[in-house]
Design a protein around this ligand. Structure first.
Ligand code: IVH
Length: 670
């Protein structure tokens, strides 16, 4: 393919992908399968690697992330980002309404909208391309989070139609509940602390350095204001409709996310409707925003120091009930993490009966100063899992017993440990605590790990109770006769189980590594670790510095990996699994060339044509090796923007050749 053809194909693929992205995420009406979409994306990715000069900043490949933001620079807002005046009282809403009615003659149109509970964002488009996305910050200046915002699928990277040349659109980035729950499930499985609520997690996610992680989390965005377009439509409602033509996802009137009304009754009806219905939304809202629709009236009404006079927010009261704390129970996770759970006297809250509330950890119990049989306040406000927010001290009995966090494991009585700086207590008896042992087995056979056909949690329990398996290596010793003896186990199921165990021996190394259930080594970390070090022996021999040099591996994960392999029981387990024939090294991908054979690369900084991961992949697929830190043995350092000065100095001192991105591409092409 020559340059002209490449450019044409890249443009065509980008447009096609943008269209399918829009159909899928904004319209929810996909025309092609996920697989076909991935194939198109892969085609584009490959072309962009081959012809990096045509890889645009706004290519659909940016959706998958990979750009690293080391420091979020501070950016001044072109138009200050104000807030809204808030109230919890309907009376205030009616006062506001009457005030406006007095100031303005004739019938006034109002727009009622949801008040999305997320993080405000201002996104700039120049010539139809997303150029910058900035958080609210202090209202005058915020942080540049462009790389991360580009991964949000409902935010267009390129616009269609008759958009203005340079404008800003504002909205709220939020965590859809489904994705938030999935993230927390994953974290629980990985033995990591769960996030408390979607709003704070959305905010934290937006400020993560690795945009790939942001892409995986699945944030979403609704838009609620446009700046710098001139009054190309008479009012806010019409403008919102207009921006849909350019490719934005807007709140729809048909599901009552937005509504135009002309009376106080209309406003109140909207408030009452959503006060009830909000529990059925797939995202969280914390109130209703009411805006004067007409742009000229908005201008006339103007602003106070902090907020517009033409809008007001009605905030829902977090629903709160009082009930009795009957007991505290402690759950043991598969990595030994102890989670305290409050058992409550059943009470109605937000349409469901609440019997339990999460207490997170010992600090939380201490902070609330909980005593047994306390009358506690329970809320389901911003949190999905009901939460104890306080104690009605007037109701406390004088002899009430303070809740003391347990000191031994409720399942195996081993003394609990708590590492300095960590909130969670752990049961350290990883290989002897029955709950952890069963949890580890269930994790090992789970879909994303070994995915063993014919074996489910119930059977694992039965095998464990019979004493037939204690750890995952024991699964490979099972015989048909042992299995068929189990209750409710027919010949066919027993055969399936044995065949499933046998078949799992070809599962790739990264999934075996994940299946081992090392604390803090989730699916992504296992992949990074496996691909960086290639085999189990290299991982076992790695020291702290070697581990933290790998993408996404920080102090906490590195220490956990080291601790795992320092335990002789882990080594024994791995040796047994090796003997059984499981995969303990990554299968090398087909190589594109061997021009980098024998060369060791250190990749550092931020690149234009590639994400860091892509660049590393190019090195490997051409026979080279990626190493974490610079030494005399390093052949090249590929230096992107913002590479640290210490690394640069070290490379210079050791006489290692430094390549710019362009020089690297040249080396690759010659
Ligand atoms: S309009 C001049 N509309 O609430 C302010 N804001 O305290 C214009 N918010 O920072 C804001 N949903 O992050 C507006 N439908 C909506 C909103 C909304 C959520 C947030 C926004 C703002 C805060 C106001």
């Amino acid at each position: 393919m020559n340059q002209n053809e490449a450019l044409e194909e890249i443009t065509r693929l980008s447009e096609e992908l943008n269209r399918h992205n829009y159909l899928y995420y904004v319209e929810s009406q996909p025309e092609i399968s996920d697989y076909d979409f991935d194939m198109l994306l892969e085609k584009l990715q490959k072309l962009e690697i081959q012809f990096p000069e045509f890889a645009s900043e706004n290519s659909p490949t940016k959706r998958v992330g990979g750009d690293i933001t080391k420091k979020f620079e501070s950016v001044k807002h072109r138009y200050p980002m104000m807030s809204l005046s808030n109230t919890y009282s309907e009376e205030d809403i009616s006062d506001w309404f009457n005030r406006i009615a007095k100031l303005v003659e004739g019938k006034i149109e109002y727009v009622c909208e949801l008040k999305y509970d997320g993080v405000a964002i201002g996104i700039q488009y120049v010539d139809g391309k997303l150029t910058q996305a900035v958080t609210r910050g202090d209202g005058t200046q915020g942080e540049n989070v462009t790389n991360n915002v580009k991964t949000i699928r409902t935010i267009p990277l390129s616009l269609n139609g008759d958009f203005p040349a340079d404008f800003e659109i504002r909205g709220e980035i939020f965590f859809p509940l489904k994705n938030f729950l999935a993230l927390n499930n994953q974290r629980r499985e990985d033995g990591e602390a769960e996030f408390a609520n979607p709003r704070n997690t959305a905010s934290g996610t937006l400020k993560m350095q690795d945009s790939k992680v942001v892409a995986e989390r699945g944030l979403d965005c609704f838009l609620y204001g446009v700046y710098g377009t001139g009054n190309i439509r008479p009012g806010h409602y019409e403008m919102v409709e207009k921006v849909a033509d350019w490719g934005f996802k807007i709140p729809k009137n048909e599901n009552r996310y937005i509504e135009k009304v002309d009376s106080l009754e209309g406003v109140m009806e909207f408030i009452h409707y959503w006060n009830e219905e909000r529990k059925n939304l797939p995202f969280e809202i914390d109130g209703i925003v009411i805006k004067v629709n007409d742009y000229y009236l908005q201008e006339e009404l103007g602003f106070t120091a902090k907020s517009p006079r033409w809008a007001i927010a009605y905030k829902f009261k977090a629903e709160r009930v009082e009930t009795i704390l009957e007991s505290v129970q402690y759950q043991v996770g598969r990595t030994g993490a102890i989670t305290p759970v409050a058992n409550l006297k059943p009470v109605q809250l937000g349409g469901t009966t609440v019997k339990r509330a999460s207490l997170h950890n010992a600090d939380q119990i201490e902070k609330l100063d909980l005593h047994l049989l306390d009358s506690v306040y329970v809320e389901k406000g911003g949190e999905i899992i009901p939460k104890i927010v306080g104690v009605n001290l007037a109701e406390r009995q004088s002899n009430a017993r303070k809740i003391e966090f347990i000191s031994t494991c409720p399942e195996c009585a081993t003394e609990l440990v708590r590492t300095e700086g960590e909130a969670q207590h752990y049961c350290p008896n990883e290989t002897g605590c029955p709950t952890q042992m069963k949890g580890k087995l269930e994790h090992f056979i789970s879909r994303k790990a070994m995915n063993i056909d014919g074996l489910g949690a119930e059977t694992v329990d039965a095998l464990f109770e019979k004493g037939l398996v204690r750890n995952c290596a024991d699964l490979y010793d099972l015989t048909f006769h042992q299995v068929v003896e189990l209750e409710r186990m027919a010949d066919k199921s027993a055969n399936n189980l044995i065949a499933g165990v046998e078949a799992s021996k070809v599962i790739p190394f990264e999934r075996v590594l994940f299946g081992l259930g090392i604390r803090f080594v989730g699916e992504t970390v296992a992949k990074k670790l496996a691909f960086a070090l290639k085999n189990i022996d290299a991982i076992m021999q790695s020291n702290f510095d070697g581990l933290i040099a790998i993408d996404e591996i920080g102090d906490k994960i590195a220490m956990s990996i080291i601790a795992y392999f320092e335990d002789p029981k882990s080594i024994e387990l791995i040796n047994r699994l090796k003997d059984k024939g499981l995969q303990f090294e990554v299968e090398e991908k087909a190589v594109a060339s061997n021009k980098f054979e024998g060369m060791a690369f250190v990749v550092s900084g931020v690149f234009n044509a590639f994400s860091r991961d892509e660049l590393k992949e190019v090195i490997v697929s051409n026979g080279g090796k990626n190493v974490g830190s610079i030494s005399a043995k390093t052949t090249f350092v590929v230096a992107g923007d913002k590479m640290g000065p210490a690394k640069l100095q070290k490379a210079t001192d050791l006489g290692v050749r430094i390549l710019t991105e362009d020089e690297f591409i040249e080396l690759l092409n010659n």
